[in-house]
Ligand binder design. Structure first.
Ligand SMILES: Cc1ncc(COP(=O)(O)O)c(C=O)c1O
Length: 363
């Protein structure tokens, strides 16, 4: 029995029973080719370093703005909405967690497709509420009509996480299909757009048109700021107000607010980095296809690929690891035949291709 499992009197039974979120490995060794946690391989805007150097440590004696007013004003300009439509969180993970607290009663359920971002099930476990899991089709596209029908028959499901582009598959659901899903669902839909800057279309305007949609965004991926911990939500004012009521008092630290502001003063750098990632993604998809991999169509900064028949995903994951290349392997039923490969620099991807080609030739 685990240590927490042996403390029944002290710890909630649901917390004792849960495993917790398992993040990707973060090795200290910089020589490892790290393609396992969907970070951006390119540095953030130079404005970040400039702003960081200009921060006066004495300002840290004061609490930060609890409602991130200035950052929300800039984000509202970016999305063509008002400050009342923007919530800023300590990473988009905080936005997702707050949604499970604001929109789900204790006897209700959280819904999501499978496979998807593994945090959602952890958030449901933390709340100790039920889950309504809708399997994706065999090609990982969305069964929109069947999902709406199943959810109509389950009134207890009041919050649904719709990841778009999806993780770990990278597929993008067309905006009109997302809209159709949201119109067919009576609860709140969080459209988790963590990877949308690498995609061809997005749903931010849907969140302004439909009262039950929250679009979640992050500075962690396209803005190259995973270490900063800033994410945000775009939604109708009543949903945003609900999130503001229940957040921690000072959920986004003052330095993070300053640096996120610097990042959106230079959207051009983000766009340029995203375009480089997309070009490398296309190159890698084509090369892996030629080597006999089956490649799920991706609009994100990673590829979800099934190795050719002479090897398994787990074997290839381990072989790459011995060559000091880290990718992600998810042993679940729907995911165990695949590897998720984050798009790195061109040099990272050349090294990956060199090793994968040799492994395929050996196989
Ligand atoms: C689908 C999805 N949503 C949200 C997040 C979390 O992003 P953040 O760093 O903003 O908490 C991730 C991180 O990997 C993700 O894959």
């Amino acid at each position: 029995m685990s240590e927490t499992g042996s403390q029944p009197g002290l710890i909630r039974s649901s917390v004792r029973a849960m495993q917790g979120y398992v993040p990707g490995e973060q090795p200290d060794d910089p020589s490892i080719v790290k393609l396992n946690t969907n970070e951006n391989p390119y540095p953030p805007s130079p404005k970040i370093a400039e702003r960081l150097a200009a921060i006066d440590a004495d300002t840290l004696t004061r609490y930060p703005d609890p409602v991130c007013r200035e950052l929300r004003e800039r984000l509202a300009e970016l999305h063509g909405c008002t400050v009342d439509n923007v919530f800023v969180g300590n990473g988009s993970d905080e936005v997702l967690a707050l949604c499970t607290r604001a929109f789900v009663e204790n006897h209700e359920k959280v819904g999501f497709f499978d496979p998807t971002y593994s945090l959602y099930t952890v958030l449901a476990e933390i709340r100790d509420v039920g889950e309504h899991v809708v399997p994706l089709k065999a090609d990982f596209s969305w069964p929109i009509d069947a999902a709406c029908e199943a959810l109509r028959a389950d009134e207890a499901c009041t919050l649904f996480f719709f990841t778009n582009p999806n993780a770990p598959t990278g597929r993008l659901c067309p905006r009109d299909e997302v809209r159709r899903f949201c119109e067919g669902f009576s609860g709140v839909v969080v459209v988790d757009e963590a990877y949308v800057d690498f995609a061809d279309e997005c749903c931010d305007q849907l969140a302004l048109e439909c009262e039950n949609i929250i679009v979640a965004r992050t500075f962690s991926k396209s803005y190259s700021l995973a270490g900063l911990r800033v994410g945000y939500a775009i939604a109708g004012a009543p949903l945003v107000e609900a999130l503001y009521k229940i957040k921690d008092s000072y959920n986004v630290d003052g330095i993070a607010q300053q640096l996120a502001l610097a990042a959106i003063e230079d959207v051009e750098t983000m766009d340029r980095n995203a375009a480089r990632v997309v070009a490398t993604r296309k190159r890698l998809a084509a090369r892996l296809g030629k080597l006999g991999f089956s490649v799920c169509p991706s609009q994100a900064n990673f590829l979800f690929v099934e190795p050719p028949p002479h090897t398994t995903a787990q074997e290839m994951f381990e072989a790459l690891r011995t060559h000091r290349i880290l990718v992600r392997y998810f042993p679940g039923e729907r995911t165990k035949r695949f590897l998720r490969i984050t798009i790195g620099t061109d040099a990272d991807i050349d090294r990956l291709l060199e090793v994968v080609t040799a492994l395929c030739e050996e196989g």
